[in-house]
Design a protein around this ligand. Structure first.
Ligand code: HEC
Length: 99
């Protein structure tokens, strides 16, 4: 019985970690954008700056790319790989960066 309880306690301790792993991490997601949009969204000239853009605006652009309502070369394909939750998280990350 004691053993079963300690197993249960171990499971309970592990659960919050498992939940955290499923919440998309904006910073991790943003690493995939850095090669084109710059570290933390501070882009080189001629590339869209994402840093400090309102979260709602970024999320809207990404959803439009994903759903084929906004034309582009790269972003329509790339955005297809992202869930709403991931778009939300990466948009929040860039919105919080200094320009
Ligand atoms: C391989 C280069 C590349 C990568 C990687 C990339 N982008 Fe882009 N992004 C572009 C290009 C090029 C455009 C201009 C639209 C187009 O041609 O697709 C653009 C445009 C955008 C725009 C619209 C900006 C505006 O003001 O119109 C947003 C928002 C955006 N990207 C977000 C992201 C996010 C978020 C990621 C990472 C998940 C990302 N991009 C990764 C190349 C890239």
């Amino acid at each position: 019985m004691k053993r079963a309880l300690s197993v249960l306690a171990g499971l309970a301790a592990a659960l919050p970690l498992a939940a955290a792993a499923q919440t998309p991490n904006g910073r991790d997601l943003a690493a995939a954008c850095a090669i084109c949009h710059g570290t933390e969204g501070r882009a080189q000239p001629n590339m869209a700056v994402l840093a400090g853009v309102q979260k709602e605006q970024l999320a809207k652009l990404l959803v439009e790319f994903r759903d084929g309502r906004r034309p582009g070369t790269i972003m329509p394909k790339l955005a297809k790989g992202y869930t709403d939750a991931q778009i939300d998280a990466v948009s929040a990350f860039f919105a919080a960066q200094k320009k």
